[in-house]
Design a protein around this ligand. Structure first.
Ligand SMILES: [Zn+2]
Ligand SMILES: [Zn+2]
Length: 176
């Protein structure tokens, strides 16, 4: 790796791996560091590309194994954004996701509880360890874009109403 991890940064990553009960290896440090530094949601192949772009010569299998270990230990979260899309992010606080039907953007939605499982199904006798909610619809940007195509009057009225409607639904979920 060309840019060595700063010592204090490395010490923090080492501590997090140990606290999660994982053996400290260089590939694990690299992958965790990359996911920490980027915001948003990344596919496993994007993580692989990012790690390689930083000079790490790791095989795809190695990176996939590292991701599996980090997810199992809870250091990395799998964002459920629908079929065929396993998206990864550094696990900070448990949250949910909004997926835009038009542009595919995935937006974090805070969880009222902040830890899983935050919802319980009406399924007596079942052991639930996780409930992840996906909201689907059109993101504020797509709503505003289609409103602006509808002429001056439409832009003034509908973009304002749509934005406040989506604020309300998120606010209702987060409970403020
Ligand atoms: Zn969108
Ligand atoms: Zn997320």
């Amino acid at each position: 790796m060309t840019d060595e991890l700063a010592q204090h940064r490395k010490a923090e990553l080492v501590q997090r791996l140990r606290q999660a009960g994982l053996r400290v290896t260089q590939p694990r440090l690299w992958v965790l560091d990359v996911l920490d530094r980027v915001s948003g949601h990344w596919s496993a192949d994007e993580v692989l590309a990012a790690v390689r772009a930083r000079g790490a010569r790791l095989s795809r299998a190695t990176v996939y194994n590292v991701i599996h270990a980090l997810v199992s230990s809870g250091l990395v979260m799998v964002a459920d954004a629908g079929p065929g899309r396993m998206l990864l992010e550094s696990a900070r606080v448990w949250h949910h996701h909004f997926v835009c039907r038009d542009c595919g953007t995935v937006i974090d939605v805070p969880c009222v509880i902040g830890a899983k499982p935050c919802l319980q199904p009406a399924l007596p006798g079942a052991e639930v360890d996780e409930a992840q909610v996906i909201w689907r619809g059109r993101c504020p940007r797509c709503v505003a874009r289609s409103a602006s195509r509808g002429g001056e009057h439409a832009r003034q009225t509908s973009s304002r109403t749509s934005a406040s409607a989506s604020d309300r639904s998120i606010g209702a979920w987060t409970g403020g």
